[in-house]
Design a protein around this ligand. Structure first.
Ligand code: DP6
Length: 329
């Protein structure tokens, strides 16, 4: 191992427009379906990984506090990096989100993307993109998408392999994402448990998996053509289909609040009036409105007027995970 075995990376959350929900292999964290996302620039996770053979075990501080379940997931990724580098040194991992953790703002995606980039750099590893993505995926299925900026697609290949590719750079189609925060609280059921429950109990799960590939193909085509109405149609359909699977799960996974529904309705009203905007909602109550840059002020104004919306975050599309100078603010 190198003498200076420390590195810091920054990564941004990504928002899926065609959703990932369900796994075909729990142990390897292989997704049952592909997904298509955009990476945000307004929110960030910053992670420092320091390997030190003098430590007794891996240590994690997430937003300043130890977190044992998260530490176990982090150690699984670090084990793969250590095996690749031929070292057994434990690591200290300091990670900080500048937004609420575990509240449907994709903190695990940015967290594991930053972790693998910083961890690999600290060990002096220059891994092929697919291998880095595979290690990030063990931590969180949506994390490989945050390795890329702009639009990314994660695909299940017929061979069983999973690949994650950049689709369009951030500047190529500068859309805005306005996040309407309705609650800063962590969700009651995390994605991992929720996905398992859906697979085991939701009567719509099989239909979700089988009807998913055409949605992914349609969204990819819409992004390549920069066809906003086509992307709006497929993204809202994918989001609502995923929530139908969630709601039909036992016990039900109902991530929406009254404010979530009101914000979705505000977006639909704007679109009916000709504004280029659509919504998407993940495993939490926040609503993400995706719009053209020209439409963003009207979207902000409409969402600010929705009762129960406590905060708006206006974001452009961000870059992929990268190492930074640790003194950089
Ligand atoms: C609803 O990537 O958090 O946000 O692989 O178990 O860590 P794990 O799940 P995670 O799930 C994300 C689910 C989603 C949809 C999406 O981002 O595609």
């Amino acid at each position: 191992m190198r003498a200076a075995a420390s590195a810091t990376a920054i990564a941004h959350p990504n928002i899926a427009l065609v959703k990932y929900w369900g796994k075909r292999d729990d142990a390897a964290n292989l997704p049952a379906v592909g997904s298509l996302s955009l990476t945000l620039d307004a929110l960030a996770t910053r992670t420092t990984v320091r390997f030190d053979s003098g430590l007794a075990a891996d240590e994690l501080r997430l937003d300043g506090k130890p977190d044992e379940p998260a530490r176990r997931r982090v150690s699984r990724c670090l084990d793969l990096l250590r095996a690749r580098a031929g070292t057994a040194a434990p690591a200290q991992v300091w990670t900080q989100n500048d937004f609420p953790t575990g509240a449907g703002l994709a903190s695990s995606a940015s967290g594991f993307a930053a972790l693998v980039v910083a961890g690999a750099a600290a060990l002096g590893l220059d891994l092929p993109a697919d291998e880095l993505a595979g290690i990030a995926r063990i931590g969180s299925g949506s994390a490989p998408r945050s390795l890329h900026g702009g639009f990314a697609v994660l695909r299940n290949l017929p061979s069983g392999a999973v690949v994650c590719e950049p689709l369009l750079a951030a500047g190529a189609w500068p859309l805005r994402v306005i996040v309407a925060v309705t609650s800063p609280l962590p969700k009651e059921v995390g994605s991992r448990d929720g996905m398992r429950l859906s697979r085991e109990t939701s009567p719509y799960y099989e239909a979700w998996v089988h009807s998913h590939p055409p949605d992914l193909a349609a969204a990819e085509e819409a992004v390549r053509r920069r066809d906003f109405p086509a992307l709006a149609t497929v993204a809202e359909a994918s989001c609502l289909k995923m929530h139908a699977v969630m709601m039909a799960t036992r016990p039900p996974l109902l991530y929406w609040t009254a404010a979530t529904v009101a914000a979705m309705e505000a977006v639909r009203t704007l679109r009916r009036a000709g504004t280029d905007v659509f919504f998407t909602v993940d495993a939490g109550p926040q609503v993400k409105a995706v719009s053209t840059a020209a439409a963003a002020p009207a979207v902000m104004a409409a969402l600010a007027a929705v009762p129960g919306v406590t905060r708006l975050i206006d974001s452009g599309l961000g870059h992929g995970a990268r190492c930074i100078d640790p003194t950089q603010r």
